[in-house]
Design a protein around this ligand. Structure first.
Ligand code: SF4
Length: 415
């Protein structure tokens, strides 16, 4: 059994990030403990605590890499000045080759992660699926009237972040203005500010004399936090360049672009004040000896470190995600497909089997559970541990008792 499958306390706690990203800050706010557990140090593990890789996240990464290549190469292309040049460029762009290569690289990285479900990733992250997402997003962004004026002038810049990087805005009111080409279309702009200490990468910015449009590509479903992220990016753009944001767009595959409108200077200033307060709170939590838990049924259900979060296993807010010993007694034969939940078992009343163990029933006829565990998750002796936390397992009736069933997403952690 790999050291990962042993439940351990961190050797040392996590440190706050030097610069917060939108995602990092939101993750800390959602549950400081989760972020801390994921970023703490574990001497028994070679690197960071590994998380399972989702097919959706891998698809999103592949499409973002392809969009970045497309934007940068288009900005360097001589076709930007030709009428209809974008169509010709789109046809010539080697999208299949780029998607294949990125998919191969990301699958290769995932192979080093013991929690990655390789068969599921290989089946669910298809080259054709990624290409179709890419084409849809390119059609929506580069066919968008918001960019027509900039496209028509042929004013394109790539890698503007190299000129904007290292920008320091000590105070929002005293920010230094940067020279930004206008009108222009700027792909993949990385921005960083010192107060509050934040950074972010905007997928595409179209600058015009009347104000700028910020565009974010999204490969998943719309979520309320996308609007919040766009507010933060508008703030970063304004804090670094002093330029007004006239439009914020979110582009989703197979949907009309979501237009979130302008942000006034007063709104941007308020955003800055809010961000400072949020970062101060996040810093305080991350630096504490044991950051607080924030339960949310759905989030805890998919939390990738819930095996390390003692509170999860007893909280009423998470009860629907967990099996109990009483559930085991209620299973009836032929009950259909199993449900997948988590189960914690105290090992004192278990009997070891070659392939796992049997949990003995309670004295008055409680159900026994036969737990067969796949070899990679199996402890050499159940006597060495007090409990085992099983993630995403099913229970099915099995004659007099109940049998544990396993899926490709199931895992066992021993404590
Ligand atoms: S299980 Fe829930 S409360 Fe515990 S760390 Fe994860 S998200 Fe936070």
């Amino acid at each position: 059994m790999k050291p990962l499958y042993q439940i351990r306390k961190p050797t040392s706690g996590a440190h706050p990030p030097k610069y917060y990203s939108y995602t990092g800050l939101t993750q800390i706010e959602n549950c400081p403990r989760r972020w801390w557990l994921l970023h703490a140090k574990y001497d028994a593990l070679a690197g960071p605590y590994p998380e399972p890789v989702s097919s959706g996240a891998m698809r999103g990464s592949i499409v973002h890499v392809a969009l970045e290549r497309f934007s940068v190469e288009w900005s360097r292309s001589a076709m930007t000045t030709q009428p209809g040049g974008i169509k010709t460029f789109r046809r010539q762009f080697p999208i299949r080759e780029i998607v294949r290569e990125t998919r191969r690289r990301l699958l290769g990285n995932a192979r080093g992660n013991p929690r990655a479900q390789m068969a599921t990733l290989e089946a669910n992250v298809s080259v054709d699926g990624c290409i179709s997402l890419f084409k849809d997003l390119v059609r929506r962004s580069y066919g968008e009237p918001a960019f027509e004026s900039a496209v028509a002038t042929g004013q394109f810049e790539d890698r503007i972040e190299e000129r904007l990087a290292g920008t320091s805005t000590e105070l929002i009111g005293e920010r230094a203005k940067k020279e930004v080409p206008c009108p222009a279309v700027l792909p993949e702009v990385t921005l960083k500010v010192e107060d509050p200490r934040m950074h972010g990468k905007i997928d595409l910015i179209a600058t015009t004399e009347d104000g700028d449009s910020l565009v974010e590509y999204k490969t998943g479903e719309p979520k309320p936090e996308h609007e919040k992220q766009s507010r933060l990016y508008a703030f970063l753009w304004w804090a670094v360049t002093g330029r007004v944001v006239r439009e914020r767009q979110l582009l989703y595959p197979n949907q009309t672009p979501v237009k979130l409108g302008a942000m006034t200077q007063a709104e941007l200033e308020k955003e800055g004040v809010r961000l400072r307060a949020r970062i101060a709170w996040a810093n305080g939590e991350v630096k504490s000896a044991l950051p607080i838990v924030r339960f949310d049924a759905e989030r805890c259900r998919s939390c990738t470190v819930r095996q390390l979060c003692d509170e999860y296993w007893t909280a009423k807010e998470t009860a629907a995600s967990r099996w109990t010993r009483d559930d085991a007694g209620r299973m009836r034969p032929g009950a259909g497909n199993p449900e997948w939940r988590d189960l914690e078992i105290e090992l004192q009343q278990t009997e070891q089997l070659a392939e796992g163990f049997i949990v003995r029933g309670k004295p008055k006829g409680g159900a026994q559970i036969v737990c067969k565990i796949p070899p990679q998750f199996r402890a050499s002796s159940t006597d060495s541990f007090k409990n085992v936390r099983l993630l995403n397992v099913g229970l099915v009736a099995n004659g007099e008792g109940t049998r544990l069933v396993w899926s490709s997403a199931s895992e066992a952690f021993w404590g």
